[in-house]
Design a protein around this ligand. Structure first.
Ligand code: ZN
Length: 234
C-alpha cells in the first residue's frame, strides 16, 4: 500500500505515516501563474489513531491519472506522484455567501457566522449574525432629541423595535425579526440557540442587509447604466 508522511490533524501526531487508500479526481487546481493541473483528494488513514484524513493535492506529472492507480497494491510514497497542498478541513464546507456590497466589517462577521453555522456552532453563528445587525443598525438611530433613550440604543432587540416603530427600516421585515427580538446576547451568554433559531437569524440577517446595502447599490448602478445609454444616444 502507498504511504504518506505528514502531521495528523486528527490525533496531532507529528510526522506520522498514513496509508493511502485511494484518490478522487474532482477537478482542476490553478496555482498562479502556472497552468491548471488535475486536482485530487487522497483518502489517508493515520497509523497512530486509525482515523481518516483527506488531503488535497495535485499530480506531479499532469498526464498521470492518479485516480486510476490501484492504491491497495502500490509500493511507493504518495509524494513520488503528487504534491500535497493541505488537509481538507471544515473550512471547505459549503457555506452561505453574504449579500453583495456590504461594508467590510459586516461582510467579515457574516462570513464567520455562516462558517460557524455550517459546522453546527449555532451559538457562535448567532453571535456573529447579531453583530452584523448591530453594526448595521447603530448608524440608523439618530442622536439627541429625536433619538431613543440610551437603554433602547444599547440593546439590539429594543433598537430594532424602535427602528420599526419609527419606520426607519421596512415594516415588511418585522415579522421575521422575531428571532432578534428577545433582548440581549443569547448567543454570547446563554448558550441556548438551536439550529432552527440560528438559521432564522441567518435568513433575517441576509434579507435585512440586502435591503439596507445591496438593493440601493444595485439601483444606483442601474441608474448609472441607464444614464450611460442615454448619453450614448445623445
Ligand atoms: Zn492520527
Amino acid at each position: 500500500m502507498a504511504i504518506y508522511v505528514d502531521n495528523c490533524p486528527r490525533c496531532a501526531s507529528q510526522n506520522i505515516t498514513f496509508d493511502v487508500h485511494g484518490a478522487n479526481h474532482f477537478g482542476n487546481y490553478k496555482e498562479f501563474p502556472k497552468p491548471e493541473v488535475p486536482a485530487y483528494e487522497f483518502f489517508c488513514v493515520c497509523r497512530e489513531c486509525h482515523k481518516t484524513t483527506i488531503f488535497l493535492g495535485i499530480s506531479i506529472d499532469k498526464h498521470q491519472e492518479l485516480h486510476r492507480i490501484s492504491w491497495g497494491v502500490a509500493m511507493f510514497g504518495l509524494k513520488d506522484v503528487a504534491k500535497i497542498l493541505r488537509p481538507i478541513s471544515p473550512a471547505d464546507l459549503s457555506v452561505g455567501e453574504p449579500p453583495d456590497f456590504l461594508p467590510q466589517e459586516i461582510n467579515d462577521a457574516y462570513e464567520e457566522g455562516a462558517k460557524c453555522l455550517a459546522i453546527g456552532c449555532n451559538n457562535a453563528a448567532g453571535t456573529m449574525f447579531r453583530l452584523c445587525l448591530d453594526y448595521a443598525t447603530k448608524g440608523l438611530v439618530p442622536d439627541g432629541d429625536g433619538g431613543p433613550a440610551a437603554k433602547i440604543k444599547r440593546s439590539l432587540g429594543l433598537r430594532m423595535e424602535w427602528l420599526f416603530d419609527n419606520k426607519l427600516i421596512p415594516e415588511t421585515l418585522r415579522e421575521l425579526a422575531e428571532c432578534v427580538k428577545d433582548d440581549g446576547n443569547d448567543g454570547a451568554h446563554e448558550g441556548i440557540l438551536d439550529r432552527a433559531t440560528a438559521e432564522d437569524l441567518e435568513e433575517f440577517t441576509y434579507l435585512f442587509l440586502e435591503r439596507l446595502y445591496t438593493e440601493p447599490q444595485r439601483l444606483a448602478e442601474a441608474k448609472a447604466r441607464r444614464q450611460g445609454r442615454r448619453n450614448k444616444e445623445a
